[in-house]
Design a binder for this molecule. Structure first.
Ligand SMILES: [Zn+2]
Ligand SMILES: [Zn+2]
Length: 299
């Protein structure tokens, strides 16, 4: 929508007021998450994109696939929170691949980049970024124009809204492929998200739920205190400190999430062999692992 506004020569807020309703406060909410039906209908009418296509650009694409249903509040499984506070995004939930952004003359942010296991770009094999490396601010592309009343051209959404430095100007960090099979599967899942699930077969929601549960348990210092060390010994991965604040997996930092995911994807590979082994050595308790998935328990 930000791009639609710019291509019509309008600032985002004016566009919102002009196309919808003055009282409509679009920017106080995470519109990827809660794009109101009315907004999507209007966008659809004004741009010629079908309502179904318009919905695919919002988080409802993941409904029934990554999480059960969109709701007003609460953490959606696998979706990074933006923590909106009156238009200033204070969370670091908007991730981006600097090379994908740089590739197009009309930079845009993909909805798949809001997924918490999307920690590297499957196309460029580099780690995702979640802030401006120059000033450290979170990405908030709709703010780029705010207060810049004399700017007439459509602004480049690949620049930091705060300091104006290009988000694509930094040296990307290549992802460390230390296990071909693990990273191949992970990459495949990310490519499925990129395609919006087109030609991807049925999504194995339960497997993703299990992965999510493993991420939670690995990060927890109380549910499985020895599991991380066990996994590091098995994989030769370095032991990294995981912060013991009680937050949802999706709220953890990008680098922490990436590290935990590497261990979790490894553990879920060859399912259920490695998991059963970890259970046998008492590093993992089935009671916690299969808490909400009793049907998987006796595999
Ligand atoms: Zn990329
Ligand atoms: Zn900046």
């Amino acid at each position: 929508m930000v791009r639609t506004a710019h291509h019509n020569g309008l600032k985002v807020q004016s566009f919102g007021h002009f196309a919808f309703n003055k009282r409509y406060e679009l920017w106080n909410r995470d519109i990827d998450r809660l794009a109101p039906e009315r907004l999507l209908e209007q966008m659809s009418v004004k741009t010629g994109v079908t309502l179904r296509e318009a919905k695919k650009t919002t988080l409802s694409l993941f409904e029934g696939r990554l999480f059960e249903s969109t709701s007003l509040s609460g953490q959606l499984r696998w979706i990074t929170p933006l923590k909106l506070y009156h238009r200033t995004h204070t969370g670091f939930g908007m991730q981006y691949c600097p090379l994908c952004l740089a590739e197009s003359t009309d930079a845009y942010y993909r909805i798949a980049w809001r997924v918490a296991f999307y920690t590297f770009c499957p196309k460029h094999l580099i780690l995702m970024e979640d802030r401006c490396r120059h000033c450290g601010m979170a990405v908030a592309f709709h703010r780029i124009e705010l207060g810049k009343y004399h700017q007439l051209d459509a602004p480049d959404l690949a620049v930091c809204w705060k300091c104006g430095v290009s988000l694509t100007d930094f040296t990307p960090i290549p992802v460390n492929i230390w296990h071909q099979n693990v990273h191949r599967r992970w990459k495949w899942k990310l490519a499925v998200l990129d395609r919006g699930f087109v030609n991807s077969g049925q999504v194995k929601t339960q497997r993703l739920n299990l992965l999510h549960q493993l991420c939670r348990i690995i990060a927890s210092h109380s549910l499985a205190p020895d599991l991380q060390q066990y996994l590091c010994d098995k994989t030769n991965m370095p032991y990294q400190h995981i912060s013991d604040v009680k937050i949802a997996f999706e709220q953890r930092s990008l680098s922490e999430r990436h590290y935990i995911l590497e261990l979790a994807w490894w553990l879920i590979e060859k399912y259920p062999r490695k998991i059963n082994e970890a259970i046998k050595y008492k590093k993992l308790r089935p009671h916690y692992l299969y808490k909400d998935m009793p049907s998987l328990r006796f595999k």
